[in-house]
Design a protein around this ligand. Sequence first.
Ligand code: DAH
Length: 337
Amino acid sequence: MDLNEFLRRADALEASARTLVASLQPGTRLDDAKGRLNAVAAEEVAALRAALRTLPPEDRPAAGQAFNRLSQALTRVVENYAASLRSANSGVGATDLSMPARTQWRGARHPVTMVIDEIAGIFRELGFTIALGPEAETAWYNFGALNFPPDHPAMELHDTLYLRDDVLLRTHTSPVQVRTLQSYRPPVRVLIPGNVYRRDFFDATHAPAFAQLEGLAVDEGISFVDLKATLAEFARRFYGGTRRVRFGPSYFPFTEPSAQMDVGVGLQDGRGLRWVEIMGCGLVHPAVLESAGLDSERYTGWAFGMGPARIAMSRHDINDIRLLYDSDVRFLEQFTS
Ligand code: DAH
């Protein structure tokens, strides 16, 4: 090999190293890239190194400088490739194709939200609109306006979370009945979803914060017949026509008469049938209408309140309410449709 050939082969090797790296599949790992480069260059580099010793002495300085430039160029080709891999992996949304695949999480509605949405859809068809009210509420709206006697046990500190003397976290969505009637003249038909708070332990059947769904219908000439017909129609649409429902007596300060509606769960042939209470209801107490400034001689109404978490539990056979409020994705992902 003479000097000219030496210089030509050194240049050619540098050029083919660049071409090789430029033509790598995007994301080729650094080790693989080095291996491919080695396969192309190792033999030729060895040949050139050997030629350095056989060239005439006067050509050796020029050949030696060319050889050094070549090995620096090869090193730089590898370094540049490593740098390009690093910057591809650090950009927003960049993907390192050599990483193992990651599970993609998709958001989904919570089983309690699904119950609320489904029930709201049914009542929308029955002519109800949605109404909302504050979670921090005055004692008057939460108790007084709803005809609770001043010494009612629910008002005690051990049942209710007070923020200040007269301000508390609402213990139910019923105060929104009064707020709605103060803002809208009858006829009123509203469904009131919201979170409520009680000073309870968090155990299998109690949560200190949970969702409620309240309903209210007020107009002239409303009677218990409207309550029964509407709620039975709701149950037919929610549970299907074969599910049995029954009404029984109950007591709430803000309704008179008061009732509860139960649905039959389990076998429907009489054996193994269990009754589960799904809501409290009743005719709005005249004192509640008067609290809102309505003439209780002219207007009557009915109301109900239910716990969507309880309904989700009976629907899915869940026996611990904490499962619904713990936000454990391994539990919740079972309900994604
Ligand atoms: N507010 C009651 C509770 O939290 C539920 C309730 C019962 C609401 C009967 C009503 C009703 O509107 O008529 O336990």
